[in-house]
Ligand binder design. Structure first.
Ligand SMILES: O=C(O)CCC(=O)C(=O)O
Ligand SMILES: [Fe+2]
Length: 264
């Protein structure tokens, strides 16, 4: 084990969450810390208003995903198998829906982008595709039956899209609604996807446990109003729960030129 690996795993072993700063964000992109938490990012009233607005509309189920995950908004993950053109054709309509919800509640995406911009000084923007325009960013998502063990990493999954050029990828989740039962925790493994791992793939997105054998982990219990950010090239899983678990979420990517892009 090299010295830098020893230092890296020590930081993971602390199982600590860090506040948002230039340094913590850099370390998260480099997978040197497991988790950033923005405590009280939003008030419970703001979260309640956003969920109430969302619940007036229809959540759709992710295609080809078991257990069921529901969402408002569109994902590159699902359009990968359809076409890039179809994703960008769907962006306008998805934005109109999201704008309606946000207009009657508040805008978590804007708030997060401002905070990241202020702490890094980087250019922070919605991802955009040559010849197609802006991506969609900002899902309202229900994960209540848990997820399989998985990663989210565009260089693997969307290699032909602009987002496939990121050198590191994170996800942020604002927890809008949680049934108060201490279930629905999120667990992240200190094991990043590597090209050889595809032999462990089970279906459209799940992997077998073999791939995380012996890896260090951190498990967090989300709280309403908090944002948690983690590196989604790391294998991770959401535990199932009884009741409601609604988040506002998008991917965050670091481009080779230092720009930070967001998309869903
Ligand atoms: O809902 C969560 O806590 C995490 C969901 C997830 O897999 C992700 O954001 O990549
Ligand atoms: Fe994920």
């Amino acid at each position: 084990m090299t010295i830098s690996n020893q230092i890296k795993s020590k930081v993971w072993e602390n199982k600590q969450e860090y506040p948002l700063s230039t340094e913590s964000l850099r370390m998260l992109f480099e997978n040197r810390i497991p988790l950033i938490r923005l405590k009280e990012f939003a008030t419970s009233q703001e979260c309640g208003m956003l969920v109430d607005q969302a619940q007036l509309l229809n959540f759709d189920c992710y295609q080809d995903v078991n257990p069921k995950i529901e969402r408002i908004g569109i994902t590159v993950f699902e359009y990968n198998r359809i076409s890039k053109a179809a994703y960008f054709q769907a962006v306008d309509r998805a934005n109109k829906l999201k704008d309606r919800i946000i207009a009657a509640s508040f805008n978590p995406l804007e708030r997060l982008m401002v905070q990241i911009q202020q702490c890094t000084g980087a250019n922070v923007r919605i991802a955009s595709e040559p010849f197609h325009g802006s991506y969609y960013a900002g899902l309202i998502r229900k994960i209540e039956k848990g997820t399989q063990l998985h990663i989210d990493y565009a260089p693997l999954e969307q290699s032909q899209w602009e987002v496939g050029t990121v050198i590191a990828q994170l996800s942020w989740n604002l927890y809008l609604k949680l049934s108060p039962n201490n279930h629905g925790k999120t667990r992240i493994y200190d094991r990043q996807w590597q090209p050889g791992n595809n032999q462990y793939k089970l279906d459209s997105y799940g992997y077998t446990d073999t791939v995380i054998a012996g890896a260090d982990t951190i498990t967090f219990q989300p709280y309403v109003g908090d944002v948690f950010i983690f590196n989604t090239r790391n294998f991770h899983i959401v535990e199932p729960m009884d009741g409601q678990r609604v988040t506002f979420t998008s991917a965050i990517g670091l481009l080779p030129n230092g720009e930070i892009i967001l998309w869903s």
